[in-house]
Design a protein around this ligand. Sequence first.
Ligand code: SF4
Length: 93
Amino acid sequence: MGQKSAIEWTDHTFNPWWGCTKVSPGCVHCYAETLSSRYRYDVFGPRKPRRTFGEAYWQEPLKWNRQAVQLRTRMRVFVLRWQMFLKIITVLK
Ligand code: SF4
């Protein structure tokens, strides 16, 4: 989610959507699918609807950037924890 992350090596996480489709043997033990299931979101598979977020969510990175400027620091943001962005390119081919 777009909250302060509990992951120690990052400050925030940002996920434009949750969900993906398994396409290779490397997907067998998909971490993102396991976590999605734990939160009871059925978002994995070629025809499953993805979980998306509203306008406020998309404003979060801008807020973090303002905070970083104010604090004169850099913030680390873990992007795409719950999906694979390059899969979109695969689907569109
Ligand atoms: S998130 Fe990664 S491991 Fe999981 S299904 Fe998508 S490509 Fe495979």
